[in-house]
Write a protein of this length. Structure first.
Length: 451
């Protein structure tokens, strides 16, 4: 077996682009899962806007369940990269085996628990009497496919971390294309409405799951799924590393839940449902920003983890510079789009001019702090990729805390229509805090210089 690894020797700019672009595109395509569902649901005759609000309430539940995939996938993948950097392939294989078992158990447990408490969750998360029926129809079907959702997302990280970024992207594209094709069939042709959208999503996730598992059980990757070598200390280490991205995603959803609840509380039955529909569209646009951005920073974690394990701080610094540059270009482009042509995106979901106007204005406000997110994601996901979970967790928690405080302070002080300012305030303040910590601690943490 050759001891030469491209993570050791390749030009850093080319290496970052090689891993980041497929991962970014894969995340962009994965956004289509939720956006395509919402797009078709929003255009269902007579009930579109109300049904869209109901599905918007389901969003945090869907992502909370899916965050378990990040707990295990992003928790284990950096460890595999580090072990590969140390040439310890046996240990890398043991980590993958343990992660596969963990995801299986977690998926089955979450399915049962979520189905038992879904009604309470929907009401807690902002469903009204009008929107509850549509939320319940969607989430009941979706939760039945929890296993496929977690496996396709979580195990895909172990494809990407071994350098097969294009294969990882292909798995996501497969699911997204299936969803795009199946959604109109189940929603309109078979006249199944909102449940049809959920069925299409589950079938699409099943296709991605089979693709990912088929690859990881094959002889193509160096580290394949095996059975045995299960150890609690391996699982514990995965959970420690994965706890940061898990909490980040979970906290994100708690914030969305609090945002939806505040909108419903201060907006009342009429304005509340309308603003909730608008918020669903705004959050869909924000996914187009944050998911590909996360694709850049998580897709390149294998570079950071590998070189951290190989004790190559010089290459870590070069990687971080190139990752940040890519993120900065992307967020700048998305900022320009958000402030010039957002109405084209909004009209995909609704043609009601009242909804269009409110949502366009909300997108322009919500994205005011998008550009600083380049620094936030580069720093937090960079620390996570190197197993520096405490630093990553602290910075992410700081940003989310700012958001949480704004959610509960802005509506009573200025009015519910100003609630969308919570995002830019937290993005800008959070990025400033991350940059300060990065400047003070980064070189010492990666071993470039002693404390």
């Amino acid at each position: 077996m050759s001891t030469v690894n491209p993570l050791d020797t390749d030009n850093m700019r080319g290496l970052v682009w090689k891993l980041a672009i497929p991962s970014m595109l894969a995340q962009f395509v994965s956004v289509l899962y939720s956006i395509v569902d919402r797009m078709y649901i929003g255009n269902i005759p007579e009930i579109g806007e109300v049904a869209l609000a109901g599905v918007g309430v389901c969003g945090p539940i869907v992502t909370l369940v899916s965050s378990a995939a990040f707990l295990v996938g992003i928790g284990g993948a950096p460890l595999v990269s580090i072990r590969m950097g140390q040439r310890n392939y046996r240990a890398a294989g043991a980590i993958l085996a343990n992660c596969f078992l963990m995801l299986t158990v977690i998926a089955l447990g979450l399915t049962a628990i979520s189905l038992l408490i879904k009604n309470h969750l929907l009401m807690w998360f902002g469903a009204s009497e009008t929107t509850f029926v549509y939320a319940d129809q969607y989430i009941t079907v979706y939760l039945l496919g929890t296993f496929f959702a977690l496996m396709s997302t979580g195990m895909n990280q172990f494809i990407i971390c071994q350098g097969f970024a294009k294969t990882g992207m292909a798995s996501v594209i497969l699911g997204a294309v299936c969803n795009i094709v199946l959604d109109p069939v189940f929603i309109f042709v078979l006249d199944m409405g909102v449940p049809g959208a959920a069925i299409a999503t589950v079938l699409s996730q099943m296709a991605s799951c089979l693709f990912v598992l088929g690859f990881l059980f094959s002889r193509k990757p160096l580290i394949r799924i095996t059975f045995g070598n299960y150890h609690w200390f391996i699982m514990r280490k995965v959970l420690i590393v994965g706890f940061t991205p898990f909490i980040i995603v979970a906290f994100d959803n708690i914030l969305i839940i609090s945002l939806n609840s505040v909108i419903q509380r201060y907006g009342g039955a009429g304005q509340g449902d309308m603003l909730l529909t608008c918020a669903t569209i705004v959050q869909s646009f924000m996914l187009i920003v944050t998911m590909p951005l996360s694709g850049i920073t998580t897709g390149t974690q294998t570079i950071l983890g590998y070189n951290f394990g190989a004790r190559r701080p010089d290459r870590i610094v070069k990687a971080e510079k190139n990752i940040f540059f890519m993120c900065l270009v992307f967020t700048t482009v998305m900022f320009i789009i958000a402030h010039t042509i957002p109405e084209y995106f909004v009209r995909i979901f609704t043609r009601d001019e009242t909804y269009v106007k409110v949502t366009v204005d909300a997108i322009k406000v919500y994205t005011l702090g998008v550009i600083p997110l380049a620094a936030q994601y580069t720093i937090v996901d960079g620390f996570t990729g190197m197993g520096l979970s405490l630093a990553a967790m602290s910075l992410s928690t700081f940003r989310k805390t700012i958001f949480f405080l704004c959610v509960f302070c802005i509506p009573p002080l200025f009015g519910v229509e100003y609630v969308f300012y919570t995002e830019p305030v937290s993005d800008i303040v959070g990025a400033i805090g991350s940059v300060i910590v990065f400047a003070l601690c980064f070189k010492r943490l990666i071993g470039l210089k002693k404390a």
